[in-house]
Design a protein around this ligand. Structure first.
Ligand SMILES: [Zn+2]
Length: 258
């Protein structure tokens, strides 16, 4: 069991993220057992599942889950505009229905919205038809609010049981790659802006997908310094879809790379 866990965690360890350190601590130390980090699916082709981009450009993707929030999301959008940063929002469908004008603003300001289900239940505990209902209702809410459809999805809590069959049929039916993450600052647990920023910056790497939640004031407060530090290190922020598309456009002679 430990060996299996270690095998699954190896890419994270190699990425040198703080996440790996956290993941090796006993599960009993976790207040929320759903947040087990397993952000990759090594037996699946890339198109089904991404925990980081394959780009060789110094790109990075900030992702914000679980909004829109009536105060925190607009405050975050103001910050992103100030720093000219594009991000990706994995909104919860019922919150989009509640705050459609904020979802519309996200799209109008050049960010991406991904499908994060309608009610934020654990998809791994649902039947396929229940998962379809969650994804469909969320997709419809996003389309009603913004006029665009999501192109990517992230299962709430990382949805461990979505490995690998569900990710495969979700891709086939919805053309949604499952987007996980490579850096987790545990902002849902530690409401400390300095700590969140420090973890995001320390974990950052080329192609990193940074996980955060735009429903906590402490997370929003961490973002200006995080952006400043990462931009100072030469990173360019991009949306998830733009980053994962990079792979196709790069290295045209990479016969042996896939
Ligand atoms: Zn979530």
């Amino acid at each position: 069991m430990f060996y299996r866990a270690l095998t699954l965690l190896l890419p994270l360890l190699m990425a040198g993220t703080l996440l790996a350190e956290e993941a090796l601590s006993p599960p009993t130390s976790r207040p929320n057992p759903h947040y087990e980090p397993l952000p990759f699916a090594p037996s699946l082709p890339d198109k089904f599942s991404w925990s980081s981009g394959k780009t060789e450009k110094k790109l990075i993707a900030l992702t914000f889950d679980d909004g829109p929030h009536p105060q925190h999301t607009p405050a975050l959008l103001d910050i992103l505009k100030q720093y000219n940063v594009k991000a990706t929002f994995f909104t919860v469908g019922k919150n989009v229905d509640r705050y459609p004008e904020i979802a519309a603003r996200i799209i109008a300001e050049g960010h991406e919205i991904g499908n994060h289900s309608y009610s934020h239940g654990d998809l791994s505990k649902m039947s396929d038809s229940e998962i379809r209902t969650e994804l469909d209702r969320s997709k419809d809410a996003i389309r009603r609010a913004t006029g665009v459809e999501p192109k990517i999805m992230r299962p709430p809590y990382g949805g461990l049981a979505l490995f690998p069959f569900q990710r495969s049929w979700i891709y086939t039916e919805y053309q949604y790659p499952t987007i996980l993450w490579s850096v987790d600052p545990f902002d849902w647990r530690d409401r400390n802006s300095a700590l969140i920023s420090q973890r995001l910056v320390a974990g950052a790497h080329t192609g990193a997908i940074l996980l955060a939640h735009d429903i906590h004031a402490s997370t929003i407060a961490a973002i200006p310094d995080t952006i400043y530090q990462l931009q100072s290190k030469g990173y360019t922020f991009t949306t998830v879809s733009q980053m994962i598309a990079q792979k196709k456009n790069q290295k045209p002679n990479n016969d042996s790379q896939d």
